[in-house]
Design a protein around this ligand. Structure first.
Ligand code: F6R
Length: 356
């Protein structure tokens, strides 16, 4: 861990001193996260292709990492709207059922991710309608100009999640798959309020994300949710991985009760874990009951257990509000650990080595 004077201070002290945060977060990941409400609004107004497929047989999102999570969130939004199932393909090959009646979104912030480019080439061969979404790169060159959604440059892919998610919602809205205008407005408004609550200027005693960061510091974080919030649980985990540079894990109830719970009730490692339960008012009443019982029968053996509840009415607001708490927590945790949240050097190194 870096020893730069900053990290020698106690957790609360570091998170309440703006200058200290700036020192550990020189590329201002916190500032980028704060732009989320604007991202949501601006992404909804981006020019987007108009597709004429009244009822697509499938909706497939090709993407990896920070560019794939928007596909998971899209799937969760459509679930409650009765839209078609969304398949997020994090692979080189696309499933055999993908054909000319599928709508394919090829999403890569850089436009150069090899798995996404491989999936794109296969979808093209099968005659699929492909909307490409990138800030440049090969995807920009290979996609049809009229089917391309161009993103602003200069962000980390994971910090551009709204730029990638919202235009997909817009394309599907134009096709008549789901009405999202009100949801987008609600989500942007909700996030605006949350940015004020989670901002670095709000002291640790009143700032949920700073509290969460202090609680997760020095633990192995485990994030659990019901099925609808699963993309957000994954996002929490991946933000802890990439921003806080920490190992973390997520799982979903009710499935975890059929495996994980056994370990929770017996493994001494539980005492090193900090649990976050992502709760949602729309979760199945039996899942709600399971959350309580799972706590009593196993999770209470963890170092800490905290519930974070979604806010808002529409699915998009509920997903993004819960995501925002995790995003900010991951950066505050990076500050506590003395690690710059922005760079992901080892991913870049791997991509270079793969490219030979
Ligand atoms: C980096 C990040 C990564 C990338 C992934 C795919 O911020 O989140 O998970 O998203 O390596 O790269 P892109 O998004 O450029 O296709």
């Amino acid at each position: 861990m870096a020893s730069d004077g900053v990290t020698d201070l106690a957790g609360g002290d570091i998170l309440d001193v703006a200058e200290k945060i700036r020192k550990v977060d020189p590329s201002d990941m916190l500032g980028v996260l704060s732009s989320m409400p604007g991202q949501v609004r601006d992404a909804y107004s981006l020019p987007r292709p108009k597709l004429r497929i009244p009822r697509p047989a499938s909706i497939v999102v090709l993407g990896m990492g920070g560019s794939a999570i928007g596909g998971d969130l899209l799937g969760a939004c459509l679930l409650e709207k009765g839209g078609p199932q969304v398949i997020v393909n994090r692979d080189y090959d696309i499933p055999a059922f993908v054909d000319k009646n599928s709508v394919v979104f090829a999403v890569s912030y850089s436009g150069n991710t090899e798995e996404t480019l491989s999936g794109f080439a296969q979808a093209k061969k099968r005659g699929c309608r492909i909307v490409t979404i990138s800030s440049g790169g090969k995807l920009n060159e290979l996609g049809e100009a009229a089917m391309h959604i161009a993103l602003p440059k200069g962000l980390q892919p994971r910090a551009a999640v709204a730029w990638m998610l919202v235009p997909m919602l817009g394309v599907l809205e134009d096709m008549g798959v789901a009405d999202v205008r009100t949801d987008v407005e609600e989500a942007a408004g909700m996030l605006e309020g949350m940015m004020k609550e989670l901002a670095p200027s709000v002291p640790a005693s009143k700032n949920l994300s700073k509290e969460v960061a202090a609680e997760l510091h020095g633990t192995f974080p485990m994030i659990f949710s019901g099925p609808l919030m699963a993309p957000v649980a994954k996002r929490w985990r991946t933000q802890l991985n990439e921003n806080s540079k920490m190992l973390a894990r997520e799982d979903i109830l009710p499935e975890m009760d059929h495996n994980d719970l056994v370990a929770w009730s017996e493994d001494p490692m539980a005492a090193h874990c900090a649990v976050i339960l992502l709760r949602d008012d729309a979760e199945h009443p039996r899942v709600a009951m399971r959350m309580e019982l799972t706590r009593k029968l196993g999770l209470d053996r963890a170092r800490s257990v905290r519930e974070v509840r979604s806010r808002g009415k529409g699915t998009l607001a509920r997903l993004l509000s819960t995501m925002a708490v995790g995003d900010f927590s991951s950066v505050y945790l990076a500050v506590l650990r003395g690690v710059d949240p922005t760079p992901v050097r080892v991913i870049e190194k791997l991509k270079k080595q793969l490219a030979g």
